[in-house]
Write a protein that binds this ligand. Structure first.
Ligand code: ADE
Ligand code: ZN
Length: 327
């Protein structure tokens, strides 16, 4: 599908081509062979294993220059999928160990690489600073401080990824309050591994604007109604959910039911090489499974553009590029 696409849920390290990570490991003399399967791709058994492999792959990225190289490679691949606007999760835990000075250096390198990619490939990128839930609330507060101090043209949001089966959502409220006060848009992973209660928790305790995944809200009609009424946007990554076993088959995925119930749904890849997917493949599978056509995808992209955390001028330019301008 050659449509211009908007992608809102994407982890920068999670999009790292395996060849790039292998090359970085070789340069550093790090032995990380165990994270790759016989086909050369990332290999893991389940979600816990995925998170562990993710952290090992990330461990070979050592400084701002490595992140500049990563960003350039990832954005070239993402633009080749027709993505014209991307929001990507970047974590101060991995970029400078939550030290504000170090974080600024990483961010400078990433934002500059994003500007280069915009000139070369036309893709507009914004960053969402992300805390990692299984690292705990104290580290999340440090990540939120990094986010608040660097909020601006490039950093437009704050989020939470990691293992949603661990910890208590309310313990992260302070971090989210700090980010909200800095004017950042808010999103948190929920309803991927835990059920509707986890979705309610991020709505009530963190007051998020969007939810990463959120698909298991579909198990609770009252919650689906609440999402539809309040217009909270779900960043749905169907290929990720299938690859990790949240649903056994594409036909079991609730994205079409949620959309039919009036919930604002969007489509993203999450961690494309980990899940052997691309934006084009996501669209193709949705078209095959649910019979969606160009009008459906254009409508999804409009929802995504309207839910983007960027400033109004960037959004207006994006809507124009998607041909949804008022004029
Ligand atoms: N980090 C990267 N991808 C993730 C996912 N799908 N869920 C939680 N944390 C993640
Ligand atoms: Zn994710």
């Amino acid at each position: 599908m050659t449509l211009p696409k908007v992608e809102l849920h994407h982890h920068l390290e999670g999009a790292a081509p395996p060849a790039l990570i292998r090359d970085m490991a070789r340069m550093r003399g790090a032995d990380i062979g165990g994270i790759f399967g016989p086909d050369g791709g990332y290999a893991y058994r389940d979600f816990t294993g995925f998170l562990a492999v993710y952290e090992v792959a990330t461990s070979v990225l050592k400084g701002p220059e490595d992140y500049a190289r990563l960003t350039g490679a990832v954005l070239e691949n993402t633009a080749a999928q027709g993505v014209v606007y991307l929001e990507t999760f970047i974590s101060p835990d991995f970029c400078g160990g939550r030290d504000l000075g170090a974080w600024r250096e990483y961010l400078h390198a990433i934002a500059e690489a994003a500007r280069v990619a915009e000139r070369a490939h036309g893709i507009v990128t914004r960053g969402i600073v992300t805390c990692i839930r299984h690292f705990g609330p104290a580290m999340a507060r440090d990540a939120a401080l990094c986010a608040a101090e660097t909020a601006g043209d490039f950093i437009v949001g704050f989020g939470m990824a990691g293992d949603e089966r661990r910890g208590v959502v309310a313990d992260f409220a302070y971090a989210f309050d700090m980010a909200r006060e800095a004017g950042l848009g808010l999103t948190a992973h929920a309803g991927e591994w835990e059920g509707p209660t986890s979705v309610r928790a991020v709505l009530d305790d963190l007051r998020v604007d969007r939810i990463g995944h959120g698909v298991r809200a579909a198990e609770d009609p009252a919650l689906v109604e609440r999402l539809a009424q309040t217009g909270v946007v779900l960043e749905i990554c169907p290929g990720s959910n299938i690859a990790l076993g949240v649903y056994p088959r594409w036909s079991d995925h609730p994205i079409a039911r949620l959309r039919a119930a009036g919930v604002k749904v969007t489509v993203s890849t999450d961690d494309p090489p980990f899940f052997h997917t691309t934006m084009t493949q996501e669209y193709d599978r949705l078209a095959q499974t649910f019979g969606w056509g160009e009008d459906d995808f254009a409508a999804l992209n409009r929802v995504a553009a309207e839910a983007a955390f960027c400033d109004t001028a960037t959004r207006a330019a994006l809507l124009k590029r998607l041909e949804f301008a008022d004029d």
